[in-house]
Design a protein around this ligand. Structure first.
Ligand code: HEM
Length: 505
């Protein structure tokens, strides 16, 4: 029998040899070998995983696309694709030249790195089509009109709570003699607002965050959960068993709390189901025809939870980003504030219909979506077994393909001054005539695009209009670059500290 040190060294050598063979295969013989990219990215998934874990992947993609062009091999089996046409080719409806072609499915190791039931986001084509049909009514124009009073109630509450919190009634400023201003983290306030709204629209009751001016623990856990999912996904490729262990423990502790959350949201959903009236909310479509098609409570619950996550964090992120960009650009802030204040005499004139006329504010929101897309990271798809044609190139089967929004929106090939905040680019300013507006798809594209797009725009316009109408805003730490944040799939947002001065009328 060999001594254990000798057998270890033999197995070490074997391990090394098979790793070397794996690397050589990836670089020279893999079906993606002809695609350009840095050697280390083509050879292994280490550089990708390391950037992903540090929240730097979308930024790294911009550098790679500048150097290698629109198709870059960023892992042995993955291409990053950065071109306006990519949306149609990868995510678009299978019509025209693509008619009859199979869809590029969502890449499940990324979307579901741990065992969890499927939701509308991760369902297969048939399951997705059915859920989408059932949910469509809740997101229709008429449903949104019916939801307006529900949303309006939370916006009244937001303005009231901000007026109460903007100043410290007990302390006076030594110079002005006025009550001392309080620092408000607008990121949190936007989060509380959108979570309360979507809680009501998906479960029939709010989380009570605005009322308490405090994060609900379930909401807080969502962010942690996103990061844990990223860790699990990346650590699998890195083969870091220690890290996986840490992750597993982290999940273990989370699961302890997660059981409470699952029970709580389950109870919320049961209460909503027990309501014996039709309610114009998002979940109604799934409940109404439940008897005609089979959706069990578990799937219903999962989809309600997805509505909460998809429909709140994203909208709050964009509002935080736009607020920051406006505060950094006083000219734009002045113009948008004037637009809002000259359009309305009182809060109740700010409605779904009337905010539709605020064209400069819409341009600010669109520029915000470009500079700070809420879904900054990539959402990978996989080609069908027979391959797919993307940007006129044949891509072999089982290739992972990803569009990184942040990288696509900051490439000077498609945008004039891509890092500058220029709302006028969306108002036909000739300076930006060559911009590729078709590149901008913050809500994704095709049959699996965002079903909540109109609701998101409605919320963003209503919330921003109410804030600008009621408050003057100043950044607390004017010089800090708030946009310098880690980007995973979503952003890991810093607090956005602002002073608010209520406008008296
Ligand atoms: C600025 C705000 C928003 C942004 C940027 C955004 C972005 C996106 C993106 C990029 C996707 C595609 C996900 C994928 O391909 O895997 C998506 C899907 C989805 N979003 Fe949004 N979203 C926003 C607001 C909302 C709102 C308010 C809701 C309301 C509940 C919502 C509900 C959904 C749902 C249910 C899906 C899955 C749709 C499907 O698979 O058919 N989103 N969103």
């Amino acid at each position: 029998m060999l001594p254990s040190s000798t057998s270890n060294s033999i197995s070490d050598q074997q391990g090394l040899a098979s790793f070397a063979a794996f690397v050589i295969y990836n670089i020279f013989f893999h079906p993606l070998a002809r695609f350009p990219g840095p050697l280390l990215y083509r050879a292994t998934r280490f550089p990708y995983s390391s950037k992903l874990l540090r929240g730097k992947l979308p930024f790294a993609m911009l550098d790679l696309h500048r150097k290698y062009g629109p198709i870059v091999r960023i892992a042995p089996n993955e291409l990053s694709i950065s071109d306006p046409q990519a949306w149609k080719d990868i995510c678009g409806h299978r019509v025209g030249a693509a008619a009859g072609q199979e869809e590029n499915a969502k890449w499940l190791p990324f979307y579901r790195p741990t065992a969890m039931p499927p939701s509308i986001i991760t369902e297969d084509k048939e399951g997705h089509a059915m859920l989408r049909r059932q949910l469509a009514h809740g997101f229709s124009e008429s449903a949104m009109r019916a939801q307006e009073p529900i949303i309006g109630g939370y916006l009244d509450l937001l303005v009231r709570r901000l007026r109460e919190h903007a100043v410290d009634g007990d302390r006076k400023d030594a110079v002005t003699g006025l009550p001392t201003k309080r620092v408000l983290d607008m990121t949190a306030w936007y989060n509380w607002t959108t979570f309360d709204i979507i809680g009501d629209l998906a479960f029939g009751e709010a989380f009570g965050s605005l009322e308490r001016a405090k994060y609900d623990p379930w909401v807080k856990a969502i962010n942690t959960n996103f990061r844990v999912q990223t860790l699990v996904f990346a650590s699998k490729f890195l083969g870091l068993s220690d890290l996986v262990l840490v992750v597993a423990r982290a999940i273990g502790t989370l699961i302890g709390r997660k059981d409470d959350h699952v029970k709580r949201t389950g109870d919320m959903l049961r209460r909503r189901m027990a309501l014996d009236v039709e309610r114009p909310d998002l979940i109604e479509g799934l409940l109404k025809k439940k008897d005609e098609w089979s959706i069990d409570f578990g799937r219903l619950h999962m989809n309600a939870a997805v509505l909460i996550v998809a429909g709140s964090e994203t909208t709050a992120t964009l509002l935080s980003g736009v607020t920051y960009m406006l505060l950094k650009h006083p000219e734009a802030l002045k113009r948008v504030t004037e637009e809002v204040r000259s359009s309305f005499q009182s809060d109740d004139e700010i409605t779904l219909t009337s905010v539709g006329n605020l064209s400069y504010m819409l341009a600010c929101l669109n520029e915000g979506l470009r500079i700070y897309p809420p879904v900054a990271g990539g959402l990978p798809r996989i080609t069908p077994r027979g391959g797919a044609t993307i940007l006129g190139e044949f891509i072999p089967g089982n290739t992972v393909m990803t569009i990184f929004q942040w990288a696509l929106y900051h490439n000077e090939k498609y945008w004039t001054d891509p890092f500058g905040f220029h709302p006028e680019r969306f108002l036909n300013d000739p300076k930006f005539a060559h911009d590729r507006f078709d590149a901008l798809q913050p809500f994704s594209f095709g049959p699996r695009n965002c079903i909540g797009r109109n609701l998101a725009y409605a919320e963003m316009r209503l919330i921003l209009a109410r804030i600008l109408f009621n408050f003057d805003m100043h950044l607390v730490d004017g010089g800090k670059d708030w946009l310098d944040q880690p980007a995973y799939v979503l952003w890991d947002k810093h607090p956005l500290d602002v002073y608010l001065t209520p406008v008296e009328r």
